[in-house]
Ligand binder design. Sequence first.
Ligand SMILES: [Zn+2]
Length: 464
Amino acid sequence: MKTKKKNIALRLIVLGCCCVILVAGWLLLKRLEGEKPALMLELPSGYLNLSQTISVTVSDENSGLRRIWIGLVKDKKEIVLLDKNFPAAGFFDGGKIHKATFKIKIEPKEIGITDGKAILRMVVRDFSWRKWWRGNRIYIEKDVTIDTKPPQIDLLTRVHNLSQGGAGLVIFRISEPCMAQGVYVGENYFPGHAGYFQDPNVIIAFFALNYKQGPDTKVFVKVTDYAGNGGRIGFPHHFKRKAFKKDVIKISDRFLNWKMSEFDVEMPLDSKTPIDKFLKVNRDIRKANYRQITRLVVKTDNIIYWDGPFGRLPKSARKAGFAEHRKYKYKGPVIDEQVHLGIDLASVAHSPVPASNKGKVVFAGSIGIYGKTVLLDHGFGLFSMYAHLSAVNVSEGQIVAKGEIISRTGSTGMAGGDHLHFGMLVNDTFVNPVEWWDAVWIKNNITAKIEAVSDLKRKGSSHK
Ligand SMILES: [Zn+2]
């Protein structure tokens, strides 16, 4: 009996020991985990400006976060931005916190750091027993550039006279390369571009006053450097009012029966009356077509392809002008009003259409109310548009010479007869093509300015 009891006791002791060993082993495995904490830094660019907030998210799934340290190192000087110890949960559990995010506002001037290259140093430890209880560590260094100075803008053109619906050019030099530089005319933004002049800091920006913007529209150059510092400057300008014609267009049943079926193919317009369809096309599709055009003009080449005045459709008569206000009448009453943002030119049917100037084909296809359309990029945001074509002879990406036949006139889209709708755009603003047909206007407003800046730069470099 005694030996039996002894045996049971012995077995219990062995079992107990095994349990202790197992628990201890499990604990050691858990507390000696070797996985490093994770760190995620959010910094919009590699730059720190006057006041920059960075976001750091740290996590450690296993033993939890023990400590985070972040410093900014510049010229061997180390400024502590964050130093925090996290609480422990208990001997067996490690840390209480497994994930944390810190938003750190860095104001270099306030902490005595000057502009230039610096290092953002980040260290995070966890509650593991590794490294003699110091825990697993993640150590990250990120190169940053401190830039607290706003970019300076030096205006290189002096005279900027624009009419409503007209275009202009401003040239300026920036003190450092920028991520954005351009002209604001009211709400409209016209990106400027480097690449014309050898100096990459000399920016050329075509801009426009749209047909309805008044003489008191605010205009200024705005630049933003890579650190996010902004600079802006107004410039001398004179904006003139311009009177545009008014016109009445009578919509006939013949026109509706002819045209609306064309749009039915493109998009089903429910089973409404022809006039409902017309209104949908003239309003909604017109707007959608404009949005499509604004997307097409986003990309432009940093080359001035064109030379001299733009060409007009040969032997043609003007049928409608730029920014004409149109009232549409159907069986008497006015049913709609729109503004015509190109010039209609009529010649004999299916006349060959030459490229008005040298450019790159950025679109050749159909655009709703415009029918078959060609869009040419002449560089630096200047475009010409040819609409209602019957045939298109070019394809996207092709460079066409001035006068090269790119298509034939027609009556596709919302055209009641064979003609060419010729439009010009500066960025996404339709401008008056008459200016671009005029050699004197081009010389005074565009080319003379470019030449003056080129001369200035040539003189400047000869002194070196
Ligand atoms: Zn037209």
